[in-house]
Write a protein that binds this ligand. Structure first.
Ligand code: AMP
Length: 479
């Protein structure tokens, strides 16, 4: 067997290592040499930290994420989207054929690698390509149209990490297949508005543009290149390269000199074919009808190659001169056919959840509040400890949120934990109660306590909680 190449990431750079082979001496018998398996990574490569640009989302942050997740699911449900989960890894070919070479995502950012079986695969840099692949693979075109699909999860881009720019980022993604009418474009923008609004984000800007059909886009691209070629020396180095590989991306460049130059460049809207112009006009009329404010941004072209006609982006409010794209999308009427499906118009958008959470924090939006346990179960002695697991589960099955500190033996230590939780009821199961089949129920608000049989425990606890709720007692403060 020839030794396989193993690619390992070290200090952020991919290095290719070959397992070391010892030179065999001429006198050695060839077949029976046993070598120890080569370790995949050496000890000193191991760092106890996440990869650059990849983060843990710790429990502290989860209330924000939970609010986002809930808003996404609620909007998906209300607008008739069905959830679809597609794999994190797909054939590299899928992304190259849909997003295309010449884009930053494919040329610079894709995480591509070869599997042990020799397949060239990639971590998804966005959802649409995978969702379209699934749509074609499972013959979903037979379903009544439009077909609305929602997906969410991490996507991967080998970008330069900084605040709001990660290598593993989370997106919520909505795609609608089978309808070319601009009313659908308006509806997905309406939906994006709904999510953003529900999340309590304000001063958010919606930018729209139309880049027309591939033909009108080509005409536009030609005019743009002609204009930029004549003043090439005013472009940054990357944009000079883009002039050859993907000229439309120059409109996206943030370098001052490129921004200045492109502000005088021809605009896509002036090159639209009649149908695309009428399509865009109708979209704007629908948005006006919905009273959804928008800005027409003639420079907006989006970084993915598959878009046709409508493109849009959602931008955060200005943050000391810094703005973030919170999401974006558009029409991709030719993608399904290009990937081998029946001609099917489609539109979709993705929201960047990491940036939405950043914006929520920055503008002090309230995060989701997870319900807190209102009951503490304390136990004392071996028998009580044994019985307590069942009691815990009885309460939990009846919808009572209960917490405990089973690992602690002393009642005092357990009561300290109960105090930290600020519970309204403490159940105490001592040796005597465990033998009798009873439990002590202590109302922490009124300070009263009673002994009840374990069969009646759930009812007794619920009664106290209900009384407390109706009295709107604040949970007692403990030291
Ligand atoms: P795109 O399709 O590239 O416009 O991405 C959709 C959204 O994902 C963007 O509007 C951002 O909110 C978010 N996003 C894109 N790239 C990153 C990144 N590297 N880190 C965090 N969020 C990102």
């Amino acid at each position: 067997m020839t030794p396989k190449k193993i690619t390992v990431m070290k200090n952020d750079k991919a290095t290719t290592k070959k397992p070391v082979q010892k030179a065999a001496s001429k006198t050695e018998k060839p077949a029976v040499v046993k070598t120890a398996p080569t370790p995949l990574v050496s000890e000193n490569e191991f760092l106890m930290q996440s990869l650059r640009g990849m983060r843990d989302i710790l429990p502290d942050e989860q209330p924000y994420w939970e609010r986002v997740r809930r808003s996404l699911s609620a909007a998906a449900q209300d607008f008739g989207f069905q959830r679809i989960d597609v794999p994190t890894v797909e054939f590299l070919h899928l992304f190259v054929r849909s997003i295309k070479e010449g884009t930053d995502i494919i040329d610079k950012e894709i995480y591509a690698f070869q599997t042990r079986g020799g397949d060239r695969v990639a971590l998804r840099p966005e959802f649409t390509a995978g969702v379209v692949r699934a749509y074609i693979q499972h013959g979903m075109s037979a379903l009544p149209k439009p077909i609305r699909l929602f997906s969410t999860g991490p996507v991967f881009r080998y970008d330069r990490p900084q605040e709001g720019r990660y290598r593993e980022l989370w997106q919520g993604n909505f795609d609608v297949f089978g309808e070319s009418d601009p009313i659908l474009d308006a509806q997905v923008i309406q939906m994006a508005y709904r999510v953003i609004h529900e999340l309590g984000l304000r001063n958010i800007e919606f930018q729209v543009n139309s880049i027309g059909t591939p033909e009108s886009r080509k005409r536009y691209e030609k005019a743009l290149v002609r204009f930029l070629e004549s003043q090439k020396h005013k472009l940054c180095q990357s944009c000079r390269e883009r002039l050859v590989t993907n000229p439309m991306r120059i409109l996206d460049c943030k370098e001052d000199k490129c921004v200045q130059l492109t502000s005088q460049a021809p605009q896509a809207l002036d090159f639209l074919d009649d149908e695309s112009r009428a399509h865009f006009k109708s979209l704007l009329e629908y948005l006006d009808e919905l009273d959804l404010p928008y800005t027409i941004n003639p420079r907006l072209v989006r970084g993915l190659d598959y878009y046709t006609r409508t493109v849009f982006e959602i931008w955060s409010s200005d943050r000391e001169g810094k703005k973030y794209a919170l999401g974006g999308g558009g029409r991709y009427d030719n993608l399904i056919q290009e990937l081998g499906g029946e001609p099917t118009p489609a539109i979709g958008f993705g929201l960047g959840l990491d940036r939405i959470v950043l914006e929520m924090k920055r503008t002090q939006v309230r995060p989701h509040e997870f319900p807190k346990p209102r009951v503490f179960l304390a136990q004392l002695g071996d028998l009580a400890k044994k019985k307590s697991l069942r009691l815990f589960s009885d309460l939990e099955k009846h919808g009572v949120l209960v917490t405990e500190s089973f690992g602690r033996g002393s009642l005092k230590a357990q009561m300290r934990v109960a105090a930290r939780h600020g519970v309204e009821v403490t159940i105490i199961l001592g040796q005597k109660e465990a033998i009798d089949g009873t439990a002590i129920v202590k109302d922490m608000v009124s300070g009263t306590q009673e002994t009840v049989t374990q069969e009646k425990l759930v009812d007794a606890v619920k009664k106290i909680l209900k009384t407390n709720a109706s009295l709107s007692h604040p949970a007692p403060k403990f030291e």
